[in-house]
Design a protein around this ligand. Structure first.
Ligand SMILES: Cc1cc2nc3c(=O)[nH]c(=O)nc-3n(C[C@H](O)[C@H](O)[C@H](O)COP(=O)(O)O)c2cc1C
Length: 221
C-alpha cells in the first residue's frame, strides 16, 4: 500500500470482526512504528498490548465504573472546558455523522449513551494498545506520541487491520495502570482499538469531512 493511500484511506474503525490477530503481526506493526521521529530521539512511547482475558476484564471494569456514574479522571484534559468556534461546530458535526450512521435520533439519549459505552468494549476489537509516556518529559514529547500513534495506525493498514484511537479508554488511567502493573510515573495518553474491520457495519461505512487545503493554509513567498 502506498503512503498516500494509507493516510487517505484510514478511518476510525468502530466495528470489528470476531477474528483474532497474530501476535507477530502486532509486533511487526510496532517494529515499523518505532522508526517514528521524536525530539533528540527521545522515543518517549511505551506500549501495552492488551488482548484476551485482560482486555475483557478491563472492559468490564470500565463499564462498571461508567454505570456506577464514576467520573472519568484522565491524566490530562484532551478537550477544552469551553468549546469555541469553529471547533464547536466540527465536534457537533462529528457526533451527528456518527449517530446518523447508527440511525439514532437527536432525542434518543438512551441509545446515544449505549453507543458511547461501546468505547469501553473497544468496539469489539480483539486488542487494544495503550500508549504511555514518562510524566517527567516535556510538552514536546506529546507531539512525538501523536506521530508514533499515527505510524501505528498506518502500519496496521499494511496488514489489513483497522484501528480507532480512543481517548475514552484513558478515562480511568488508574484502572489501566493497576491491571497492567504500570507505574504511576507513566501517563496514559490514549488507547487504540485494533483488529479486522467489519466492513459491512454502517459505522465503518461513512467518512468524516475535512476542511480544504485553502481553508487551513496560508502561502508566503
Ligand atoms: C487521540 C484521539 C482520541 C480519540 N478518541 C476517540 C474515542 O474515544 N472514541 C471514538 O469513537 N473516537 C475517538 N477518536 C476518533 C475521532 O473521532 C476521529 O479521528 C475523527 O472523528 C476523524 O474521523 P476519522 O478518524 O474516521 O478520519 C479519537 C481520535 C484521536 C486522534
Amino acid at each position: 500500500m502506498n503512503v498516500l493511500e494509507a493516510i487517505e484511506g484510514r478511518i476510525s474503525t468502530r466495528a470489528y470482526l470476531d477474528r483474532p490477530m497474530e501476535k507477530e503481526t502486532i509486533r511487526k506493526i510496532l517494529d515499523t512504528a518505532r522508526w517514528s521521529p521524536s525530539g533528540v530521539n527521545t522515543q518517549p512511547w511505551q506500549v501495552a498490548v492488551v488482548q484476551g482475558e485482560t482486555l475483557q476484564q478491563l472492559s468490564q471494569t470500565f463499564l462498571d465504573r461508567a454505570r456506577e456514574g464514576v467520573k472519568p479522571n484522565p491524566d490530562y484534559d484532551y478537550y477544552p472546558g469551553e468549546w469555541v468556534q469553529p471547533y464547536k461546530d466540527r465536534r457537533f458535526q462529528c457526533g451527528m455523522d456518527l449517530y446518523k450512521a447508527l440511525a439514532i435520533g437527536r432525542e434518543d439519549q438512551e441509545k446515544r449513551r449505549e453507543a458511547a459505552l461501546n468505547n469501553y468494549r473497544f468496539f469489539g476489537a480483539p486488542a487494544s494498545l495503550f500508549f504511555f509516556m514518562d510524566k517527567r518529559l516535556g510538552t514536546g514529547s506529546w507531539l512525538d506520541m501523536g506521530m508514533f500513534i499515527q505510524s501505528v495506525m498506518l502500519a496496521a493498514r499494511e496488514y489489513g487491520l483497522g484501528s480507532c484511537p480512543q481517548a475514552s479508554t484513558a478515562h480511568y488511567p488508574d484502572v489501566v495502570r493497576e491491571a497492567l502493573g504500570i507505574s504511576t510515573e507513566k501517563l496514559l495518553i490514549c488507547g487504540l482499538a485494533l483488529g479486522y474491520a467489519d466492513q459491512s457495519h454502517p459505522l465503518n461505512q461513512y467518512r468524516t469531512v475535512r476542511e480544504s487545503v485553502e481553508a487551513f493554509s496560508t502561502w508566503h513567498n
